[in-house]
Write a protein that binds this ligand. Structure first.
Ligand code: NAP
Length: 488
């Protein structure tokens, strides 16, 4: 049974207005749009539907605050972020429930997201006081070379619905630490979690204008004018590759600094010498965490022929044990997908794979329900050239493709335009080194599951993006390097 008191407390934490210049207010034209619960299709809130004039007002506020915020000490910025970390952690239950209500992932996954997301605030509170430069003599001895780091300036942060808290803290944390101000435009499916986070940053005493929130049901109309505005200095985006591509084109006009965290299609490689029990345990997490709606989710399982039956059987049994249901209910392992269209896409991919010769081992059938549920699905004997093997699935579906040689495995794993993450299970360390050198991916997980961590650089190669979030690399995305030359 859903805990209705928790739902009430969660919704009470999420303002439904825009946050501009340190104050909550409705959209100028009074418009709102509904937010729905994917477990039931029911409306849970109506939030302010910003238009271009609201977005420009948010950028005005960010620009007004920029100079003052950049002039604060690293320690002051650090302490705002540290207070925000404490507040997020102390609201773990409410934020988790909001995430589950808006996008469907089970409460346990939502709690993990809150902890993961909060860590970016703590990590970057620690990085804020370590921004520096370097000094060196010019080789000819004629100059003193000094470098200084300066905040890039006002940033537009656009975030997706699948990690509505963590994708925002992964951007706001380093931006604020570096001394940048932010206009946040969250996904229209998940504005409530973003609003709750912004309210906590306000409570953490982020000065007026440093973080602004613009919720909207027409993203292009609110982001377009900001990207065209010469005062904006940076675009930081997480979302799909097609939208990212179009935003990059728009950002080129004002030569914006861009950080792009885009789509993924992570191969999960299992070799004959792998520990199969461990590989299956990791496969379940890497595939079904957050309902499989994660950019770094294992997408396609490439399994060496000697262990493919054993692996597929064990994965099928593990998937068949997972409980599908409303994410707020106790004991649920898989919640609904975020929307009816998302479920339709996943179901069509599965049907098409079956038509191409794949065999459903478990799942693969849409259940009767008002919610957008899709069961954990294992597809065996998937032809290597089936579309599902090279498309971002974004659902709890595991296509298994067999291979014979390491050469073939690398070729199959590396053939897409994506290059975000890969998973590798083998007992052979020299194989790990060989494959790491050959796969064009930003992140390689070896004999384990997902490896995201605030202290590590997250990001992709090829069409999976530009730049890194987290780690000591993350803050550099929000800093300009200035070189000062002095005579010796
Ligand atoms: P999406 O459709 O690309 O949307 C992402 C964000 O962009 C949303 O806020 C969306 O607003 C906004 N947007 C859409 N069209 C826009 C436009 N013309 N101008 C400005 N903003 C626009 O992606 P999604 O479906 O929310 O998220 C899933 C995708 O994100 C997957 O491909 C996943 O791999 C990727 N992702 C990548 C990472 C990573 O770190 N690499 C992490 C998480 C997710 P609306 O909601 O209003 O459409």
């Amino acid at each position: 049974m859903t805990d209705s008191d928790l739902v009430r407390r969660a919704l009470a934490c999420a303002p439904t207005d825009l946050f501009i210049g340190g104050a909550w207010r409705p959209a100028m034209n009074g418009a709102t749009f509904p937010v729905t619960d994917p477990a039931t299709g029911a409306r849970i809130a109506d939030v302010a539907d910003a238009d271009a004039s609201d977005a420009v007002a948010a950028l005005d506020a960010a620009c007004d605050a920029q100079r003052g915020w950049a002039a604060t000490s690293g320690r002051e910025r650090s302490e705002v972020l540290r207070r925000a970390f404490d507040l997020v952690i102390s609201h773990t239950e409410e934020l988790s429930a909001l995430i589950t209500l808006e996008m469907g992932k089970p409460l346990a996954d939502a709690r993990s997201e809150v902890v993961y997301g909060a860590e970016f605030l703590r990590w970057f509170s620690e990085e804020a006081v370590r921004v520096g430069g370097r000094t060196a003599p010019a080789p000819e001895g004629t100059l003193r070379i000094l470098t200084a780091s300066r905040p890039v300036g006002p940033c537009l942060a656009i975030t997706p619905w699948n990690f509505p808290l963590a994708m925002a803290t992964r951007k706001i944390g380093p931006a604020l630490a570096a001394g940048c101000t932010v206009v946040l435009k969250p996904a229209s499916l998940t504005p409530l979690t973003a609003a709750a986070l912004v309210d906590l940053l306000h409570q953490a005493q982020a000065p007026a204008g440093v973080v602004n929130l613009v919720t909207s049901s027409h993203a292009g109309h609110v982001c377009g004018p900001l990207l065209a505005d010469r005062r904006l200095r940076k675009l930081t985006f997480t979302g799909s590759t097609p939208v990212g591509r179009s935003l990059l084109a728009q950002a080129s006009h004002n030569v914006l600094r861009c950080s792009m965290e885009l789509g993924g299609c992570a191969p999960f490689l299992v070799f004959d010498d792998a520990d199969i029990d461990q590989a299956v345990r990791c496969a379940v997490t890497a595939k079904t965490r957050s309902n499989g709606e994660a950019c770094n989710a294992a997408n396609t399982f490439y399994v060496q022929r000697g262990v493919v039956e054993e692996f597929t059987d064990a994965l099928t049994q593990a998937f068949a044990r997972l409980t599908l249901g409303p994410g707020l209910d106790p004991g649920v392992d898989l919640g609904p997908l975020v929307s009816s269209s998302q479920r339709q896409e996943v179901a069509s991919m599965v049907d098409q794979a079956v038509a191409q010769g794949a065999v459903r081992r478990t799942g693969g059938v849409v259940p009767e329900s008002d919610g957008y549920f899709y069961p954990a699905t294992v597809l065996a004997d998937v032809p290597p050239d089936a579309a599902i093997a090279t498309s971002e699935i974004f659902g709890p579906v595991a296509p298994v493709v067999s291979f014979d040689t390491e050469e073939e495995a690398v070729r199959l794993a590396d053939r897409t335009d994506y290059g975000l993450a890969a998973y590798l299970h083998t007992a052979d360390l020299s194989r790990v080194a060989r494959i790491a050198e050959r796969l064009e991916v930003g992140m390689l997980s070896v004999n384990t599951g997902p490896i995201s961590n605030a202290a590590a650089p997250f990001g992709g190669m090829k069409h999976s993006g530009l730049g890194r979030e987290g780690g000591s690399e993350g803050i550099g995305e929000y800093l300009e390097c200035q070189y000062i030359g002095l005579p010796r």
